[in-house]
Design a protein. Structure first.
Lengths: 517, 306, 293
């Protein structure tokens, strides 16, 4: 009797197993159990504010942590920029006033609680990061008809809503309402809980952060058991640690260190182009007495800069030389012709402008961390006869000076802010823009027209026109979208670099693997 | 004696107070932390909101009064960047710093005292010069350079030691040496001169007259006395080391107070900078006070001075 | 300072110096650095601030791939290292000496005033000195650099502002004992004003200590300048300062571009070591009281 039962049980088990395998096939093939440890050497100081999506400033760095700890309704993923994650689908009403998301069934926070519509609403309303003002201005309310449906109601049609909600801010990243309310804001940053592929284990401020795989993660079970992020501020030390195998992935290894990395057997260089552009700006171009007022001088400056040389020397050819101050991945981006390096023509233009022997261009301001680039730019300018003196200013003072419009002559600026071509132009080109030292009436007029334009094709045309004028007038001399160079050690299988377009760090973390022993 | 101690204590309090005002003003002169907390293009209202949240919108004397009031209750405020109490951050880093300073001190004394003794015993001869040059070398090379050369040699080339971080005994060797060598020169100089002084004294001459071997005279009679001022200086330097290790900590990614302070400045994290500087300064002032009192106990004439 | 003994009275004239054990080599090195600094324009083969990216990381002439055109190789922007070292001597000498002078003049003046006048003036200056000393020098320098922004002049002012306290402490101690001496009392009886006494009678007697301190501080200042460059707040590029070259070149060290760090590092080391050896010797001769420095 017992035997019969046993075999019956066996058959049942086999059936269940077969069924289970059928559903779980991809996951169980990848790795049934996460194993091993992956150690990162991080170039920036990790901050607890990065554990909390609500605090996301409009910069990319916090996403290094957020892709592990948290998940969003919709987020940039390898497949596409707007990939359904905690939401399995969404729809927009015809008048563009209502966005409705349907949550994926069965998703859970690290403490086992399900992700519900309430959490989405709570996370959105709690969000106080960089785009909070914009969100409050445009979104009328959030409705939760049931646990799996969320509706965002706009005050007026806002075609950019998804761009901001899902890609350019932390507003779409979901935190557990019940837990946050229970432990309070401060405690939440100490023991954060999210719905991401990795769980928080420990954090020593400014020193080390440890995560552990969340085996319940909906997309797939992460392959690596533990992720350890070590802060190593010095670039040479990071490379030394990578060479010794103390870390498996080292962020930001530039120039000659990158060359050394490529020469080292077992190590691989993983370049990523950033969604951040850099440029030379001529704040004096509106001053009729300044040499920079003459467009020929600005053109000469642009021609004098040896962009390919800089690219080879500092980023080993992995930067993207660009003629635009707007990242190529932004919506409404207009592709200008690539800039040229032609010192002879630069000299000729200067002579035509009345400076056959060059001129003293005064101070050249830059953020101290960009000094290596500026030294190379300076070299080009000087060889064409534009004699400027470099003034590297420590970051905090630089951003303040730039936005207070204190600088003159020449500025090396850069921005990694999120947004699209319109927001970038608004801040850097149009009248009263935070970083615009002056403006041109025709561009200002186009700006007000595009902001009111509801027809998408018309709007694109207007924005393209504006970018074209910026280019033709040499308001800026764009340099490049910086290549971000990283090192990967021999133990790593899939590093995750470059999987998500224009994302500088390794993500999605659940795709990161170690090589089998 | 009591009045002397009271007076010295009063002086120390004034120094700390001056330090607190200085540092409070200085950090605020270095710029506005809000520009670092928002991204280019943030609206004015957003900036205002952050300023209000951090308490930077109030008049500066109100800020100072609040700061001092909290300080008197042992509260150094919340870090702008880490959003946690400064005292907690400080205490989490302090053991690392003390450990590094203690090990560096051992290196520094191991180099400094023998080379100082050698130099004193062989004045003007080869060992005097060699000892001097070796101790002074540490002072003559920037610590970051010594550190990087060591990483290159011991970590990358020989693969003996871990390049950076903390945790094991092996981790501490290089940063402690780089830091200790810098201080070795001061200890060498003081050992040498105080050895010279003691060697010229009556009782050493007496010991020699008794026919004791030179080695015993030096080790037992001279060094024992000469080493006292060296150890006093070492005490002060131990505290100084905790506070000046910025460069070494950066090279070796050593999680100590120095880096906390340096990053505090970079992020314009006012509470962290204020807290670290005042605590560090307090330590130095306190050690100086202790030494003054100690000397006053030894030498009563000092009590009447000043 | 408290352990002063009578036997070690302060000699006031250079005539007492025996030149028997004069550190010849350090003195020659310092003189050489001074010479190079003065004649940098004549000695340097290239403009130290202009290079060419195509010529970057050329090794020194005797190494494979090197050329006689660049005797000591080129740096990360393709600038001639030899020319930069030569002009770097000028920057280091100017920054080093001027900063020491600024600190010396400030510290000595305050030390004399504080020690001689005593009372509340002394009180204020000394408490300020204590507070200043309680702030780690490098931290303080980073601060000032963040406030005023880096430039050669600012670095000099910063280093001066940071290091004056050491002079003030030592000089004050000297003055305290000097003012009890016969010649000062006589001057008071003779009706000299306080200013005159400080200038004519006290100053010449503390100048030795100030000089000794200065030679010792020179090393500290030069190394601090390099450390500031390492932390990114030193003399701004492309100025050829040794500290800056060292900080810039440190990345190349791991790659085998040793000349970028070893050469400026040796220059700094030679200068500082020489200054210290000379300072040690001067102190032994002029002023054995300063042994704790």
């Amino acid at each position: 009797m017992s035997r019969y039962r046993y075999s019956h049980g066996q058959r049942l088990l086999a059936a269940v197993l077969a069924f289970g395998l059928a559903i779980l096939a991809p996951a169980s093939l990848d790795a049934a159990k996460p194993e091993g440890q992956l150690t990162y050497a991080v170039h920036v100081t990790l901050a607890p504010t990065w554990f909390d999506p609500a605090e996301t400033a409009g910069i990319i760095t916090p996403f290094m942590v957020m892709y592990a700890l948290h998940d969003a309704l919709v987020k940039p993923m390898p497949e596409k920029l707007l990939s359904p994650s905690l939401a399995e689908s969404w729809s927009v009403s015809e008048d563009g006033m209502v966005y409705e998301f349907v949550l994926r069934p069965g998703t859970k926070f690290h403490n086992g609680e399900p992700v519900t519509a309430e959490d989405v609403k709570f996370s959105f309303e709690r969000y106080r990061g960089a785009s909070a003002g914009l969100m409050k201005e445009r979104v009328a309310s959030v409705e939760t008809p049931d646990a799996r449906h969320v509706r965002f109601l706009m005050k007026a049609p806002w075609p950019d809503f998804l761009t901001f909600y899902a890609t350019a801010s932390g507003a779409g990243w979901i935190v557990p309402k019940a837990y946050v309310e229970k432990v309070g804001e401060d405690k939440y940053k100490k023991a954060p809980i999210g719905a991401g592929p990795y769980k928080f284990v420990s954090f020593a401020p400014g020193v080390e952060l440890v995560f552990e795989a969340n085996e319940q993660y909906w997309r797939k079970v992460p392959s690596v058991k533990r992720l350890v992020f070590k802060v190593i501020p010095d670039e040479a030390t990071r490379l030394a640690a990578l060479k010794r195998g103390e870390v498996d992935i080292a962020y930001s290894i530039r120039g000659e260190l990158g060359e050394e990395l490529m020469r080292t057997p077992g190590l691989t260089l993983k370049p990523v182009v950033l969604q951040a552009s850099s440029w030379l700006y001529f704040p004096d171009q509106w001053d009729t007495k300044s040499p920079w007022h003459d467009q020929r001088v600005r053109n000469a400056a642009s021609l004098a800069v040896n962009r390919p040389g800089m690219n080879e020397a500092i980023t080993l050819g992995h930067s993207l030389i660009t003629g635009s101050i707007i990242p190529d991945s932004f919506e409404f981006f207009w592709q200008p012709p690539a800039p040229v390096h032609d010192p002879a023509r630069a000299k000729k233009l200067l002579a035509e402008a009345g400076f056959p022997n060059g001129f003293d261009g005064g101070d050249f301001y830059c953020d101290a961390s960009n000094t290596p680039f500026c030294e190379a730019i300076l070299d080009g300018l000087r060889s064409a006869g534009i004699r400027v003196t470099l003034r590297p200013i420590e970051r905090a003072a630089f951003s303040k000076g730039y936005s207070d419009k204190k600088f003159k002559n020449l500025i090396y600026g850069a921005s990694g802010a999120f947004g699209n071509a319109a927001t970038r132009l608004e801040a850097f080109v149009v009248k009263d823009g935070a970083y615009a030292y002056g403006s041109y009436p025709d561009i200002d007029a186009l700006q007000s027209r595009q902001a009111a334009e509801l027809n998408q094709t018309q709007r694109v045309a207007l924005l393209h026109k504006m970018q074209q004028i910026v280019h033709e007038r040499t308001i800026y001399a764009p340099i490049w979208q910086l290549g971000f160079l990283n090192g990967v050690g021999p133990r790593v299988g899939q590093s995750g670099f470059g999987l998500i377009s224009r994302f500088p760090y390794t993500a999605p973390y659940e795709d990161v693997t170690l090589k089998a022993k | 004696m009591k009045s002397y101690i009271a007076r010295r204590l009063g002086y120390s309090m004034i120094s700390i107070l001056l330090l607190s005002v200085t540092i409070f003003m200085f950090v605020r002169l270095t710029g506005d932390p809000t520009t670092l907390l928002v991204e280019p293009g943030a609206s004015q209202s957003e900036i205002e909101a952050i300023r209000e949240q951090l308490g930077l919108d109030r008049p500066i004397w109100v800020q100072y009064a609040t700061f001092m009031a909290n300080l008197s209750m042992g509260d150094f405020g919340q870090s702008f960047y880490y959003r946690m109490p400064v005292s907690e951050l400080y205490l989490s880093r302090l053991p690392n710093s003390l450990l590094l300073a203690a090990c560096a001190m051992i290196f520094s004394l191991v180099i400094g005292i023998p080379s100082g003794v050698l130099a004193a015993v062989r004045v003007g001869r080869f060992w005097d010069k060699a000892g001097k040059v070796f101790a002074l070398l540490g002072l003559s090379m920037p610590a970051f350079w010594v550190g990087l050369v060591m990483i290159l040699f011991f970590s990358v080339f020989l693969e003996w030691l871990p390049s950076s971080g903390s945790g094991t005994v092996l981790h501490i060797i290089m940063p402690a040496f780089a830091l200790g060598w810098y201080f070795a020169a001061a200890h060498m100089r003081l050992t040498r001169s105080s050895m010279l002084e003691v060697l010229g004294s009556e009782y050493v001459k007496l010991a020699r007259l008794k026919g004791l071997p030179e080695a015993i005279v030096i080790a037992k009679h001279a060094l024992k006395n000469a080493v006292i001022p060296v150890l006093t200086l070492a005490g002060i330097n131990l505290v100084v080391m905790v506070n000046v290790a910025v460069v070494v900590e950066t090279v070796f990614a050593w999680p100590g107070i120095g880096r906390l302070l340096y990053e505090g400045i970079a992020f314009r994290d006012f509470p962290v900078v204020q807290g670290v500087v005042i605590l560090g300064g307090g330590m130095i002032v306190f050690v100086n006070l202790l030494i003054d009192i100690l000397y006053a106990v030894i030498d009563p004439r000092i009590r009447l001075e000043r | 300072m408290v352990m002063r003994t009578e036997s070690a009275a302060v000699p006031t004239r250079f005539a007492f110096i025996r030149f028997a054990d004069f550190p010849v080599i350090p003195a020659l090195i310092l003189a050489g650095i001074g010479f190079v600094a003065v004649f940098a324009n004549q000695l340097a083969p290239y403009d130290p601030e202009i290079g060419s990216l195509q010529l970057r990381f050329k090794p020194p002439a005797w190494q494979e791939g090197g050329s006689m055109a660049f005797l000591l190789g080129t740096d990360h922007v393709g600038r001639d290292v030899l020319s930069r070292l030569i002009f770097g001597a000028r920057v280091s000498v100017i920054v080093g000496f001027t900063a020491v002078m600024v600190a010396g003049v400030m510290g000595t003046t305050l030390g004399i005033v504080s020690g001689y006048l005593g009372g509340w003036v002394d009180m204020v200056i000394m408490r300020l000195t204590d507070a200043w000393l309680a702030l780690p020098a490098l931290t303080f320098a980073i601060f000032l650099a963040a406030i005023v922004g880096p430039s050669e002049l600012n670095i000099i002012i910063i280093l001066g502002a940071v290091y004056w306290t050491r002079y003030a402490r030592v000089i004050r101690g000297e003055v305290l004992s000097l003012k009890e001496r016969e010649f000062v009392r006589l001057a008071i009886v003779a009706g000299c004003s306080k200013g005159t006494i400080m200038r004519r009678h006290i100053l010449p007697n503390v100048i030795n200590s100030a000089i000794v301190l200065g030679t010792l501080m020179l090393g500290v200042v030069v190394v601090t300048e390099a450390s500031l460059s390492f932390l990114g707040v030193g003399v701004p590029p492309p100025k050829p300062a040794w500290g800056l070259m060292l900080a810039d070149g440190k990345k190349g060290m791991m790659v085998g571009y040793w000349w970028l760090t070893v050469l400026p590092g040796c220059c700094i080391m030679l200068m500082v070591l020489s200054a210290n050896l000379l300072g040690d010797w001067l102190r032994d001769k002029l002023d054995p009281q300063l042994r704790q420095l």
